[in-house]
Ligand binder design. Structure first.
Ligand code: NDP
Ligand code: MG
Length: 342
């Protein structure tokens, strides 16, 4: 059985060690703002690294956190947590981190992609560790403020100082991970399971399922409003029940009719063929074929991403959803994403 660690399991020495360090957070996006603000609230010395022209520059100051250009921010850091998009990290590291950072500065990540697929080759004198929250950055911040936290995976790839695991655990505690659970893993396992989860289930699988259900109802002549409530809006309640008490609690709460339909029809839909394709998705991740496509896509200026994003935003479920949500103002009152840069 894997050991899950909590606040109480992380030593005082590890926390004290982190307090002697200056942490540089590169980027102030989804994860960046949450790590920087949570560390700052936990009494850790933080500097945020951004490009001069960044629209986020002013936002950092509103948190009372120091902000500087990447080269000068990394130069004074003992720990450099890279929280820019995965596809930009290699270039940022090569041009703005490697030439300017201390030779023994630790390099940290919230996802193993660039280390596992060999896009960043750190100095042999650096510690290299990961603290990967298992949730979106906006939840990392909002749950922390509520006194809770998002579970974190930690991993060590290079342990030059002999203290890399202590630093990773203390960092995870300082951003709130120890309130939910910290699990030690490897860069390989984090990278492969994370990519699989988001592609097959959480993001790719789920959104395709919701859209296909919506389209099936609308194409059969039902109102899109009805299809939206049935296939997207109601998901929240179902997911909340599963989150709190597993699939059993969710089945307990819904009607017997719904439970019978769920148990008998779910496996008809998500059958052995779907599972076979899930294994193909996993194989593409393990072989590096997905990461190669993603890296080449970005070198080409991300044409597929732009086109598919636009098509997605024009799908009828998005249009009807916007209209219906505007009639439910309480939803926007509790929104996790309160501002978007694009
Ligand atoms: P974002 O896309 O939200 O990061 C955007 C930030 O990176 C912005 O502040 C942007 O600057 C900055 N940035 C981009 N390019 C550069 C550059 N060349 N130099 C300096 N800063 C730059 O990233 P995420 O938070 O989504 O992801 C960060 C990491 O966290 C990734 O490794 C990801 O896999 C991981 N992760 C993300 C999760 C999430 O919730 N999104 C969940 C778990 C892990 P500007 O202000 O100028 O726009
Ligand atoms: Mg992920």
């Amino acid at each position: 059985m894997i050991q899950v660690k909590y606040d109480k399991d992380v030593s005082k020495q590890a926390l004290a060690l982190l307090k002697t360090k200056t942490v540089c957070i590169v980027g102030f996006g989804s994860q960046g703002h949450a790590h920087a603000a949570n560390l700052h609230d936990s009494g850790i010395s933080v500097v945020v690294a951004l490009r001069k022209e960044s629209a986020n520059w002013k936002r950092v100051s509103t948190f009372g956190i120091e902000v500087a250009e990447v080269a000068s921010a990394v130069a004074k850091a003992d720990i450099i947590m890279i929280l820019a998009p995965d596809e930009s990290q290699r270039t940022i590291y090569k041009s703005m981190i490697e030439p300017y950072c201390k030779s023994d500065a630790a390099l940290a990540f919230a996802h193993g992609f660039n280390i596992h697929y060999g896009q960043i080759i750190p100095k042999s004198t650096s510690d290299v560790f990961m603290v990967a929250p298992k949730g979106p950055g906006h939840l990392v911040r909002s749950t922390f403020k509520e006194g809770a936290g998002v579970p974190c995976l930690v991993a060590v790839n290079q342990n030059h100082s002999g203290q890399a695991l202590d630093l990773a655990l203390a960092y995870a505690v300082a951003i709130g991970g120890g309130r939910s659970g910290i699990i030690e893993t490897s860069f390989k396992n984090e990278t492969e399971t994370d990519l699989f989860g988001e592609q097959a289930v959480l993001c790719g699988g789920l959104t395709a399922l919701v859209r296909a259900g919506f389209e099936t109802l609308v194409e059969a002549g039902y109102d899109p409003e009805l299809a939206y409530f049935e296939c997207l809006h109601e998901l929240k309640l179902i997911v909340d029940l599963m989150y709190e008490g597993g699939i059993s609690d969710m089945h307990y709460s819904i009607s017997n009719t719904a439970e019978y339909g769920s148990l008998t029809q779910g496996p008809v839909l998500i059958d052995a063929k779907v599972k076979h394709r899930m294994r193909q998705i996993l194989n593409n991740i393990q072989s590096g074929s997905f990461s190669r496509d993603f890296i080449l896509e970005n070198q080409a200026g991300a044409p597929t991403m732009y086109a598919m994003r636009r098509m997605q935003s024009e799908h009828p479920i998005e249009i009807i959803g916007k209209k219906l949500r505007s009639m439910m103002p309480w939803i926007s009152k509790n929104k996790k994403i309160t501002e978007r840069s694009e």
